[in-house]
Design a protein around this ligand. Structure first.
Ligand SMILES: Cc1cc2nc3c(=O)[nH]c(=O)nc-3n(C[C@H](O)[C@H](O)[C@H](O)COP(=O)(O)OP(=O)(O)OC[C@H]3O[C@@H](n4cnc5c(N)ncnc54)[C@H](O)[C@@H]3O)c2cc1C
Length: 427
């Protein structure tokens, strides 16, 4: 009798948690990812602002799963999924499955604007973070040599589109970098023209958080010199900067796009009609309607739990990964998949040094206590002990000496491929 094969697409939070929970299952498990590493995305902004090194937030998938004897890893791009033949098509050929767990996550969404895709930087993958880090530092190198005032101002203007957690966290990190660290590296540069401007279509930052926490975050950001523009969106981007939807032009050499994500395009292989943000509507068990052998989890899955659509968050993906594995184990033993229930782990975001907002059901915290909690939770979730130790050391170093050690400009290409309008949803 041949053993069943479980293919897991994606080695992110959902895929790794599913693979680990299948340890000891009576099946061969194959994890396929385009990268050879698992990425801890919540700390990407710290790589993009020179605090952490890539190896502290990215870990080889093979290392993470090497003690699991029933598990193998393939580094390949998945191009298509054939539900009828039960095959996953990769660059290296077809992989047949008995059970499939799709956890390919999400990508930056430019809402079909090619100009925005071409002239802004995203913060979704490791290459994005390294490109961003290099570009930000390079602007200061250019500004230090620049003799023309208006060009120097443009080089030193940083626009962040989107005031969700990623935009807010990066704005906080940049303000710290610009006010405490770079002035020491560039003692002869006038830092007064440096601007960090956050553009948000809604009327406040951190829309998913309680208004009181968002108001606190706004006060802290403004106190740290970040300019907040509400009720406006970026309508156009080019080499000079951006134009807002009311026609205001902002000259900026660096524009960071954190205003949208969209579930992996692989979702379109699984259903004729993807849901909002390209997610795939799944049954309460995480199974794809009409295909009990296929489960979709994490950012790709659209699922209502007790009246709310589950957000694109790491704890959702992790819990769904474990649940999907349990479903597979039940099915292997002749049983049925069971309903998934999310245990809310809350949400949190830092607003730079000493301040974070934390929302855990009815409990809301902010300020220094929130920041300590943010540090503790993120440290706990980092996947290897070595990284926990190195990250903690870096944080302590930064806290005491106001130093972000990884201020290197290296050549990398961003993860975001300029999409054709048909690949993205329009707003
Ligand atoms: C900058 C940033 C900050 C964030 N901060 C937080 C936070 O503070 N707290 C929180 O809870 N959540 C946060 N999130 C969201 C969180 O990271 C996601 O919800 C979570 O990663 C989703 O897990 P997943 O398994 O669905 O996808 P992912 O973790 O994104 O994993 C998807 C995997 O699939 C692979 N893949 C994709 N397409 C293919 C393909 N075609 N072929 C092969 N492999 C493929 C990718 O390489 C990746 O490894 C943040 C996200 C970002 C981008």
């Amino acid at each position: 009798v041949t053993r069943s094969r479980v293919v897991i697409v994606g080695a992110g939070f959902g895929g790794i948690s599913a693979a680990r929970a299948l340890r000891g299952a009576d099946a061969d498990v194959l994890v396929v990812d385009r990268h050879n590493y698992h990425l801890f995305q919540p700390l990407l902004y710290q790589v993009a602002s020179g605090l952490l090194d890539p190896s502290e937030i990215a870990h080889p998938v093979r290392t993470l799963l090497r003690h699991q004897r029933n598990c193998d890893v393939h580094m390949n791009e998945v191009r298509a999924i054939d539900l009828e033949r039960r095959q996953v098509q990769t660059d290296a050929g077809a992989l047949t499955y008995d059970h499939l767990i799709v956890a390919a996550g999400a990508a930056t969404n430019h809402f079909g604007h090619e100009d925005i895709a071409a002239h802004t930087l995203g913060l979704k993958g490791l290459n994005d973070a390294l490109t961003l880090r290099g570009d930000v530092l390079e602007r200061f190198e250019r500004a230090a040599e620049c003799t023309e005032d208006s060009e120097r101002r443009r080089l030193l203007t940083f626009v962040i589109a989107g005031a969700g957690p990623t935009g807010v966290e990066y704005a906080g990190a940049l303000s710290e970098l610009f006010s405490h660290l770079l002035p020491k590296d560039f003692p002869r540069l006038d830092f007064r023209p440096v601007r960090v401007i956050v553009i948000e279509g809604r009327t406040r930052v951190l829309d998913a958080f309680h208004p009181r926490l968002a108001a606190k975050a706004q006060t802290v950001l403004r106190r740290r010199g970040v300019e907040l523009v509400f009720g406006r969106t970026v309508a156009h981007a080019d080499k000079r900067g951006v134009t807002l939807d009311d026609g205001t032009a902002i000259e900026a050499a660096t524009v960071i796009w954190t205003a949208g994500v969209r579930a992996s395009a692989l979702g379109e292989q699984l259903t004729a009609q993807v849901a909002r943000l390209g997610r795939v509507a799944v049954r309460p068990t995480l199974q794809l309607p009409g295909h009990d052998e296929v489960q979709v989890i994490g950012d790709m899955a659209e699922l209502d739990d007790r009246g709310t659509t589950l957000p694109m968050l790491a704890p959702v993906a992790i819990q769904q990964g474990t649940h999907a594995a349990r479903n597979v184990i039940a099915q292997l033993g002749g049983g049925q998949a069971t309903r998934f229930r999310y245990r809310d782990k809350g949400t949190m975001a830092t607003v730079g040094r000493n301040h974070a907002v934390v929302q855990l059901g009815p409990i809301r915290m902010d300020g220094f206590i929130g920041w300590l909690m943010w540090l503790f939770v993120h440290l706990a979730y980092i996947i290897t002990f070595r990284s926990k130790a190195v990250v903690l050391l870096n944080w302590a170093w930064n806290y005491i000496f106001y130093d972000r050690p990884v201020r290197l400009i290296t050549e990398v290409s961003p993860d975001t491929i300029v999409p054709t309008p048909s690949e993205e949803t329009t707003r």
